[in-house]
Design a protein around this ligand. Structure first.
Ligand code: HXC
Length: 257
């Protein structure tokens, strides 16, 4: 493989990116950040791919930013290199991203999962923003995305104490879409991803863009945005195919890519 810290495979129309630094519980060092963002961008550009799954190991999705790499950074090092800003490239990926989370998703690992569009969690998953215990704060969007995902009360408490949240609480709080048995995680995530990848790709991109709009704007502007995009779906072949297939009582075959 062209990568050292991740594995990338294509399973039909689903791209799978697996974090692979087992010796550090998939801690997110610079190389891993460069590789994940490059692989995700490449899959995003690939017309054969309609959904991307991001996963780690059974023990750890990712145990956070690499503490050993950060330990001796100066303010100037962090500022001038815009430490970790490259992760923003993941939010520019238009293809839907599914995080399949098993084990620890801590700090940058929790933030990475929240950069994805859907989080599917195994029963052993643990989420947390423990940065405060290291004398820093979340730096890949944790204070913002966790607050929007689970609300101020829980996000504030999690970020101030650094405690971990188990899957029962994570699902109840709206952080994860679904909880599945540990040994069913990949099967389930791949099935979900294949379902998404089987839809019209421009239409799933429009769904993603529209749902994400809810985080960026007022309700009336968001509804207006949705309406424009809804109208735009009528410019696709896939709208004709989807509705024709329904009336002909057959499965649709989407071809717009
Ligand atoms: C570097 C890490 C690491 C990390 C684990 N390791 N997490 N290395 N950075 N974030 C390494 C350990 O040093 C150890 O290496 C090996 O992985 C196995 O970890 P153990 O601690 O021995 O495993 P265990 O006892 O099972 O405990 C698991 C754990 C613990 C609870 C997840 O590893 C842990 O607390 N990790 C740190 C979690 C954390 O604070 N994350 C937030 C990071 S800050 P050796 O060589 O000793 O075997 C962050 C900031 C984001 O994410 C924003 C930045 C801009």
């Amino acid at each position: 493989s062209e990568y050292a810290t991740i594995e990338v495979e294509r399973r039909g129309r689903v791209g799978v990116v697996t974090l692979n630094r087992p010796e550090a519980l998939n801690a997110l060092n610079t190389q891993l950040m460069v590789e994940v963002t490059a692989a995700a961008s490449e899959l995003d550009q690939d017309e054969q791919i309609g959904c991307i799954v991001l996963t780690g190991s059974q023990k750890a999705f990712a145990a956070g930013a690499d503490i050993k790499e950060m330990q001796s950074l100066s303010y100037m090092d962090a500022y001038r290199s815009d430490w970790f800003a490259a992760w923003d490239r993941l939010s520019a990926v238009r293809t839907p991203l599914v995080a399949a989370v098993s084990g620890y998703a801590l700090g940058g690992g929790c933030e990475l999962a929240m950069l994805c569009d859907v989080i599917i969690a195994a029963e052993n998953a643990k989420f947390g923003q423990p940065e405060v215990k290291l004398g820093v704060i979340p730096g890949i969007g944790g204070t913002q995305r966790l607050t929007r995902a689970i609300g101020k009360a829980k996000a504030m408490e999690m970020c101030l104490t650094g405690r971990m949240m188990d899957v029962t609480e994570a699902e109840r709080s709206g952080l994860v879409a679904r909880v599945v048995a540990v040994d069913r995680l990949m099967e389930d995530a791949l099935e979900t991803a294949a379902t998404i990848a089987g839809m019209s790709t421009p239409v799933t991109m429009m769904v993603k863009e529209s749902v994400n709009r809810a985080y960026e704007t007022t309700l009336s502007e968001g509804v207006r945005f949705e309406r424009r995009v809804f109208h735009a779906t009528f410019a696709t072949e896939d709208q004709k195919e989807g509705m024709t297939a329904f009336t002909e009582k057959r499965a649709p075959s989407f071809t717009d890519r």
